[in-house]
Design a protein around this ligand. Structure first.
Ligand code: 13P
Length: 260
């Protein structure tokens, strides 16, 4: 991140957690803690039913709203689904696509993830493409190939420049919710690979694209990860449910603006 013009971004993915009461308590503590942080962009992705209430909380503060998923379809007979335009209507700026829990538990493949990415763009949202390998794939030495294939599927559908208008989140599956974080060197190696692959398609797109790290980011390991040159912030699960931890993580992503 050091020396780049990319504004750091920290996103909290609440997953399927919370209630009206706990969300209010979390936000009441969190907002004053993060309000002074102006060199990092912050976003929160609550479950669908709470988007409107959380949007109200965020009305006067510089924190963006995101959703955790969307339909690849724009409207119609898709019971239980939520479209990108509905999310946009509810003031979402971001939408996660291809989270490993969606890939593993809801059988979303690369092609479907690419369609969701396109649907997010179409609706005026900033899609956050989640990529990452399983432990078995890492042990077989397939990390780069898996991540490249996940990126390629989106580029095939929307093109490199559209991919780069979104955000990429590298989330090694083995680090999610396990307490086993990738070391800063391990994470940086994959982030460098992602940026080099993007650069092989379009150098300007690669230089501007934010690549977040996710997977057991905590208050005490965030800074070491966020100071890696190709890590532009984080996608935070469990630690985003604790106001003090999440605020500390956001603070760790702050940096001095780069002079032109
Ligand atoms: P944890 O931070 O709980 O490992 O979750 C990471 C994640 O999946 C964020 O999307």
């Amino acid at each position: 991140m050091t020396g780049s013009n990319r504004k750091p971004l920290v996103m909290g993915n609440w997953k399927m957690n919370g209630s009206s009461a706990t969300n209010a308590a979390l936000l009441r503590t969190l907002l004053p803690l993060v309000a002074p942080l102006d060199t990092v962009e912050i976003a929160i992705c609550p479950p669908f039913p709470y988007l409107t209430t959380v949007a109200d909380w965020l009305d006067d503060v510089a924190i963006s709203l995101g959703a955790q998923n969307l339909s690849a379809e724009s409207s119609g007979a898709h019971t239980g689904e939520v479209s990108g335009s509905m999310l946009h209507d509810l003031c979402c700026r971001f939408v996660l696509v291809g989270h490993s829990e969606r890939r593993a538990l809801h059988a979303e493949d690369d092609e479907q993830v690419a369609k969701k990415f396109a649907a997010g763009l179409q609706a005026g949202l900033v899609p956050v493409l989640c990529v990452g390998e399983t432990l078995e794939q890492r042990q077989r030495g397939e990390t780069q190939a898996i991540v490249t294939a996940q990126l390629q599927a989106v580029v095939k559908l929307v093109g490199i420049q559209n991919l780069a208008t979104g955000v990429i989140a590298y989330e090694p599956v083995w680090a999610i919710g396990t307490g086993e974080t990738a070391t800063p060197d391990q994470a940086q190696a994959v982030h460098r690979h992602i940026r080099q692959w993007l650069a092989s398609q379009d150098p300007a797109a690669a230089a501007g694209c934010r690549i977040l790290y996710g997977g057991s980011v905590k208050a005490d390991n965030a800074e070491a990860l966020f100071t890696q040159p190709d890590i532009d912030g984080g996608l935070i699960g469990g630690a985003s449910l604790d106001a003090t931890s999440f605020a500390t993580i956001c603070r760790a992503a702050q940096r001095e603006p780069v002079c032109p």
